[in-house]
Design a protein around this ligand. Structure first.
Ligand code: GLN
Length: 461
């Protein structure tokens, strides 16, 4: 069997980060939920799940723990998928509260909680999941969380009972919201459903799969199942970025720059959109209720891999590989002398731009700038060779389609070279000719020029 370990720099990197922060012993294990106080402060697991669903892990990544607040963004996603942002926003805000996770952050007058990542907002969000009874509601929540994790999750009944026996503060929050009209159902039942949701058992790898499902845009990369629409995944990640780390959310966004959510049992899930889901488990917490080692480890991973959301993407390789006119290539030898002469005279009227790689906004701007620089001053023939373009992003497609329509309307004739294997070029060729090779496209342009000149000559004869 092939030894794949030498290729696995990801597990090696996680193991390094794990080793780096294992000696950290700061923080206190949560004890306000008595069962959580029994956690082993030495437990420390890391996991990363890629967009292809490959799982990488280090340390005690298989130790089970209750999900606690890390469930919040995922239940928010389920509620959003059912009801949409506008309806949810009537009941739960999107604003960072700057307060602790268990604070009474309710809007004056309406009683609306500040955001779905704090307890008040999460109780209200869970309560919005459509169902006819609290039992049915929890069943739907559990099913949704399981779809995010990619397998059937279960409730740690002891943790549930422990929190239910001591959770008066959350009950008080629910009663306050109910009195203000921002919680629709009976507060006691609403809080029990929320407690059960907090007690769902996961391990670090589960959390990384859940985060990866948001990072892909809602498709679980391990099971391939669409859990929520892409629009919802994007909205959830945005709220995680601004509110996921409670009163440390601003500092987290500045230093780590990833959407994340922590929980009092020691879990922390973060997503690098389009790259991977990342999770960490370590019970000792800092004063804001986030796991100390996990915060440090994720900050280190983000630094090493340059994951900060606000970091501009590295400039791609040169996009434009040719930008010229027919003046710069010899007329085809197989044409009769008369045609060659016509082509030589009108060579300025045939322009060619070729691009390669991936087309995004920047690349299309370069291509269009190049085309404009060689376009003839009266209507002519433009060859846009995209045969070496491997991918056209949606923004790029919108821009190119619009540009081709405008250029054609201005009287130019355009031919796009798509190559043997078009990668989403299809839809952007509206109004343009399409050829499989540059030679064929150039021949089309030359035929056009020869035809036009011959026609003109005939009419003046
Ligand atoms: N179940 C916990 C509570 O409501 C969750 C809090 C958290 O993880 N931050 O207090």
């Amino acid at each position: 069997m092939v030894d794949t370990a030498p290729f696995d720099v990801i597990s090696a990197g996680l193991a390094e980060v794990h080793g780096q922060f294992l000696p950290v012993t700061d923080g206190e294990v949560a004890s306000y939920i008595p069962k959580l106080a029994l956690a082993d402060p030495n437990d420390f697991g890391l996991a990363l799940v890629s967009m292809d669903g490959h799982r990488y892990q280090a340390g005690r990544s298989q130790v089970p723990f209750s999900i606690q607040s890390v469930a919040k963004p995922f239940v928010y996603a389920l509620a959003l998928a059912e009801l949409g942002l506008d309806e949810i926003h009537r009941w739960v805000g999107n604003e960072p509260s700057g307060d602790a996770f268990n604070a009474i952050s309710l809007e004056r007058g309406t009683g609306r909680p500040a955001n779905p990542m704090i307890n008040a907002g999460a109780i209200a969000t869970t309560d919005l999941v459509p169902a006819d009874s609290p039992e049915e509601r929890f069943a739907r929540v559990l099913e949704g969380l399981s779809a995010f994790a990619g397998h059937r999750l279960e409730v740690d009944e002891e943790v549930y009972r422990s929190e239910s026996a001591t959770g008066d503060r959350n009950r008080a929050l629910a009663y306050l919201m109910h009195a203000a009209g921002s919680l629709r159902t009976e507060p006691r039942a609403a809080v029990e459903t929320y407690f059960r949701q907090c007690a769902v058992r996961v391990n670090t790898v589960d959390l990384a799969v859940m985060a990866a499902t948001l990072a892909t845009g809602g498709v679980n990369p391990v099971t391939g199942r669409t859990v929520v629409p892409e629009r919802v995944a994007v909205q959830v990640l945005a709220v995680m970025a601004t509110c996921g780390m409670y009163d440390a959310a601003g500092d987290w966004l500045v230093r780590v720059g990833l959407p994340a959510k922590s929980g009092v049992s020691g879990g922390l899930a973060a997503a690098s959109p389009g790259r991977f889901g990342l999770a960490c488990y370590s019970p000792p917490l800092d004063p804001t209720g986030s796991p100390v080692r996990a915060v440090a480890a994720l900050r280190e991973v983000s630094r090493r891999l340059g994951l900060h959301l606000m970091q501009p993407p590295a400039p791609g390789p040169a996009t434009v590989t040719a930008c010229t006119t027919a003046e710069h290539w010899p007329p085809a030898a197989d044409r009769p002398p008369q045609e060659r002469e016509l082509l030589a005279r009108g060579a300025r009227r045939i322009a060619l731009v070729a691009a390669r790689g991936e087309l995004d906004f920047t690349a299309v701007e370069r291509v269009l700038y190049a085309l404009a620089s060689v376009a003839p001053d009266r209507p002519g023939w433009l060859v846009l060779d995209l045969a070496e373009v491997m991918w056209v992003r949606p923004t790029a497609r919108t821009m190119l389609t619009a540009a081709l329509a405008r250029v054609t309307a201005a009287g130019h004739r355009v031919c796009v070279v798509t190559g043997a294997e078009p990668y989403g070029h299809g839809e952007l060729t509206t109004g343009a000719e399409v050829r499989g090779s540059r030679a064929d496209a150039v021949a089309w342009a030359e035929d056009g020029l020869v035809g036009e000149s011959a026609g003109l000559r005939k009419s003046t004869d």
